[in-house]
Design a protein around this ligand. Sequence first.
Ligand code: HEC
Length: 126
Amino acid sequence: MGRILMRGALAAALLALSSGPAFAGSPAQGAKVFASQCSACHGNRANSPQAVGPRLFGVVGRHAGTSPGYVYSPAMKGSGLVWTTDQLKVYLKSPAKVVHGTKMPYSGLNNPAQLEDLLAYLATLH
Ligand code: HEC
């Protein structure tokens, strides 16, 4: 009886934690997704060097193709996109479909939960 009550309380607490207002995803889980899917090419700190890809510190809210010192493809530079979380979501599912001619060699993140977690994590990079 006591155990069942405790489980109920735990489930309610977890639900409260996971249903924040802005994002459904977990930044902590998203950090793991970033480490396994993105960090080979992208830095995540304000002072990360530009690498195979541009550093992604502060990416949420910035205009595509504008990280200083990184040489973008003409496609990315001219895309006119702004990296809102909604735009990032669409892009990261299938980069080459959204920015035709991008040089980002990544086929896309198809796991919806991982994508939500990753977006929640990217939003913490500022
Ligand atoms: C194999 C290398 C590689 C991987 C893996 C990779 N990227 Fe990229 N990414 C790039 C390159 C190269 C560019 C520059 C694209 C261009 O100029 O067309 C880029 C560009 C971007 C941009 C545009 C940034 C800007 O300043 O406009 C975003 C956002 C981005 N990547 C996010 C991600 C995320 C998130 C992941 C992980 C899910 C990821 N990338 C995985 C290489 C990679």
